[in-house]
Design a protein. Structure first.
Length: 119
């Protein structure tokens, strides 16, 4: 997932508008819009501010790691834990953007293909 889409998703999860997020990190609404559309790249200081406000690491913001955050709705049904091997596997898939995008478009089909390969 690109930085811009991840930023937008996190902002919405926090219930923030572009204007509100901009005010929290001292940038304009337009800057947030440009970041979300991947038209501009924030400075390191801005990335640090975003990571604090959105409560994620800079690596996660940049798409370099998987966040194991579980929403309150998901917690009602039980907790999900990822092993280090699980995270490594996901990161390997994410390293190939084309593969990752195809898997995410149709996760059920991807699981079927994996099941067929292991017999």
């Amino acid at each position: 997932m690109l930085f811009g889409q991840r930023l937008k998703d996190l902002r919405k999860q926090k219930g923030l508008t572009q204007q509100q997020l901009g005010e929290l990190i001292d940038v304009t609404k337009a800057s947030i819009c440009y970041y979300e559309k991947s038209l501009r790249t924030p400075t390191l200081d801005t990335l640090m501010d975003l990571s604090k406000v959105l409560d994620v690491s800079i690596s996660y913001l940049l798409g370099q790691e998987v966040n194991t955050y579980i929403s309150e709705a998901e917690e009602e049904y039980g907790k999900t834990y990822l092993s280090r091997n699980d995270v490594n596997f996901i990161n390997e898939i994410k390293a190939d953007k084309r593969l990752y995008n195809n898997v995410m478009k149709d996760t059920k089909r991807a699981v079927e293909v994996l099941r067929r390969t292991i017999g």
